[in-house]
Design a protein around this ligand. Structure first.
Ligand SMILES: [Zn+2]
Length: 386
């Protein structure tokens, strides 16, 4: 197996008989480079103990993690580098009920009988959940050669929980495999990161996603194109918005608000801080969802501003703001989020954020509606198979 691609970590379409937007060997839309790198690792017996899958929310990190797990637990008889999705084991993995594949997420199980994280409004993955993972990961698998643990997401790990995960990654039980997914790998402990092999997933070019949505969600062309744009090229996010139209509305209004804040006066900003600060005590989840959308938006703007994310299309990518402003905004939003979760005064946390946001010129509002030039396609000759 040889590849003309510069590195296995970057994304590029794999040529073949299928359409560029068609499902790949693991039945996923996009992330071909990651899939092929993982297939090579399985084929050569050089599977890492831990993988870190980074990328914006809704891009397909969990979907990729599950397909990797399915390939390890339920490989196809004809080709052990692809999952047999028709097996009961693979269906259990997709449904989250496999005995050998466990997802560690906010609100999950632990060994403390008096804890109920599903009902206690946990906002982080707790240390007790990681202690349970430590115990279970050393047990023999039920039916598969491996036990697979998907940390979804590593961004949500409490500080002590992150240190505990690190210990497990430093001395991984032989039959355990760990897949960490993270929207913000830069914010993880560097020591966790260095223990993992890392992949970064990128959004699909809008026309690829639109074509996929026409096939998978039976949407008319214009609707598919609009949804692809609103989802910033993220397949999972587009499908979720398709299933729940209120998400699309929430997203649209949050994007409009982030633009208004970036160009607005101090008074306008403080009005928003006031409104959200009051809402925090009643509708914590929806305030957090709004803050998360803002964070995503500035993260996209940062990647676009730094010129690293050629593949990103969408409102923030069209904003010609420099990377330093975007980074400042991202830090301000992130800090506010942390203070809110740490039960600092919500009002104060949000006001500080508003003061720290950069002020962009009003002309940015016009720039946001410009269509993004599509020069995103990489046509790289690579030989598939082996
Ligand atoms: Zn607990």
């Amino acid at each position: 197996m040889s590849s003309a691609m510069g590195g296995a970590m970057s994304e590029a379409p794999t040529p073949g008989a299928r359409n560029a937007w068609g499902p790949n060997a693991w039945g996923l839309r996009g992330h071909d480079a990651a899939v092929e790198a993982l297939r090579r690792a399985i084929r050569s017996g050089h599977l890492a103990h831990a993988y870190l899958i980074g990328g914006p929310s809704g891009v397909g990190k969990t979907a990729l993690a599950r397909r990797l797990a399915a390939t390890l637990v339920a490989p196809s008889a004809a080709d052990p580098t692809v999952p047999d999705l028709d097996t009961r084991a693979a269906r259990q993995i997709e449904a989250g009920s496999s005995p050998d594949v466990e997802r560690i997420a906010i609100g999950g199980m632990c060994d403390e009988s008096q804890h109920d994280h599903a009902g206690d409004r946990s906002t982080r993955i707790r240390i007790c959940q990681v202690r349970r993972l430590e115990r279970v990961s050393s047990l023999a698998p039920f039916a598969a050669p491996f036990r697979v643990f998907i940390i979804d997401t590593a961004d949500d790990l409490q500080t002590e929980a992150a240190h505990a995960i690190l210990k497990t990654l430093e001395e991984p039980p032989p039959s355990a495999r760990f897949i960490l997914v993270a929207a913000d790998p830069d914010a993880l402990l560097p020591t966790i990161r260095s223990r993992c092999q890392e992949f970064t997933l990128r959004p699909l070019p809008h026309h690829h996603l639109a074509a996929a949505l026409q096939e998978d969600a039976a949407l008319p062309a214009a609707e598919a194109a609009a949804l692809a744009h609103l989802a910033h090229g993220r397949y999972g996010l587009a499908m979720r918005m398709h299933a729940d139209p209120t998400m699309a509305v929430l997203r649209e209004s949050a994007e409009a608000e982030v633009l208004r804040l970036a160009t607005g006066s101090r008074n306008e900003r403080f009005d928003v801080a006031d409104r959200l600060g009051n809402a925090w005590y009643r509708e914590r989840e929806s305030v957090l969802a709004t803050i998360d959308l803002w964070r995503e938006w500035w993260r996209d703007a940062l990647l676009a501003g730094a010129g690293v994310e050629r593949g990103v299309e969408g409102a923030s990518a069209n904003i010609d703001c420099n990377a330093a402003d975007a980074l400042r905004a991202l830090r301000a939003v992130q800090t506010a989020r942390e203070h809110l979760l740490a039960n600092t005064s919500a009002q104060l946390a949000l006001e500080v954020m508003m003061l720290d946001l950069p002020t962009l010129p009003l002309s940015m509002l016009g720039a946001a509606s410009l269509e993004h030039a599509d020069g995103t396609e990489d046509r790289v000759a690579a030989t598939a198979g082996g």
